[in-house]
Design a protein around this ligand. Sequence first.
Ligand code: C2O
Length: 476
Amino acid sequence: MPKRKIEFSYARREIFSKGAFLTTGALLGVGISRMMGAAEPPKIPTRQSIETISQSDLGKIEGAIQEMMDRSQKNAKDPRGWLANAEPHRTFCALAGVGPSQIHGCYWFLPWHRAYIAITERKIREIAKDPSLALPYWNWSVNRRIPNRFSRKQSALSKAVRFTPNRDLRNSEIDLLIDDPVLSQLGVAALNARKFVATAQKEDFDLAMELRQSFGGVARPNKFDKYGGSRFELTPHGPVHVYVGGENPTTGEPGDMSDFATAGRDPIFFAHHGNLDRLWEKWRSMGKNKATEPNDDLFLKNKFVFPWLDGSSVEVLVSETMDTKTLGYQYDTLDVLGAAVKPMATNPEAATTVLPPILNAPLTIPATPESAEKRRYILIIDGLQFPARNLSAGVYVSLRGKLNSGARILVGSISVVRSGQNYVFPSTVQIFDVTEAIAALGRAEIEVIVVPNAIGGEKRLPYQSIPYKSARISVQ
Ligand code: C2O
């Protein structure tokens, strides 16, 4: 089947053409104006939280997904099926850093997933014959468990392989740095990034420094042939995948979400990424952030290709992903922490089972001149060798020898997500801003502790210590 261009122009209003959109007629612009009352005010479908979407809309979405699942059951290759819809995620996301089509670990991450959700949403609209439908998102900053609506037995939304641990998502998994006065207000600390693109650097250390301030990741291709996911892609993106999918406690096998090769099969994938996508909108709405997004042709004219229901392919230009309304949706709210909901109190983890640390190193705080108040203390862990298995771990700073006192301060996290036969490694260099933590602890003997979050598989095979070369604090 030939490739074709999906018509996204909002002016064409094809999203209101009652199931006719994306048919050849709609692509040729036939019939749309006749189907639309000229004076009808445009209504852009609104993505809502899974907690608030109406039961009737949710029922239609469940029905459409169930229909797609049934088709795949009969014929795994059916292009109208749910498995066919999940395939692009294996093709473009489970390559673990090889090949030019990998869209993880670089600045294609956000626009590609945005396009993927939008295409899936359009398939669902078409199958449900309701062009006003919009997929729900899961705001895990507020609801720290898999929402009930994703786990009701009869619902298509629950039909996935999950070994989710029986516990709330921890602050380390959703990047809520509760002890930092500025970052805790943001909810997701990665929202503090000040630019979209990280410039590629030859040395891993320099790249890590660049990525620390980047929301979108490193540009690809780049002259050093480096990959580098933004802080946002690493956390909360990675740990929420690992949490939902978990690992089979007996076999260690991952669930759908904890392997990028299968993640697109779990309907909650689209609610997780919907929330990430919503947070991208949040980030863009703050200060000058949006102005830092690339506007060159290399970025904007890149095309992503997805399979359509009739077996043909549709193309989405990156430029078409730069405004959600062009893609045919908007969000009900960009609120992160929820109006009525306070972030959980400090250290909810202190009360639950804590796994032994996989890295624990003493730190020396460099002396700084009295006048150097504005300086930042940066923790650098270098030469890390991550395990070839799923991992989601909190990185804490505490007073030396106070490992289990609960007085540790979360400064970030690291995660590894399975990607087919490979594992997506974060860089061998990890960088964390520990300025606030040092201020809170006082200038004393401190240490860094990396503690894994339980996901089930460690019951069979406990996590081993992570080898590393050095852990030090630098003053910037
Ligand atoms: Cu392409 Cu959350 O993964």
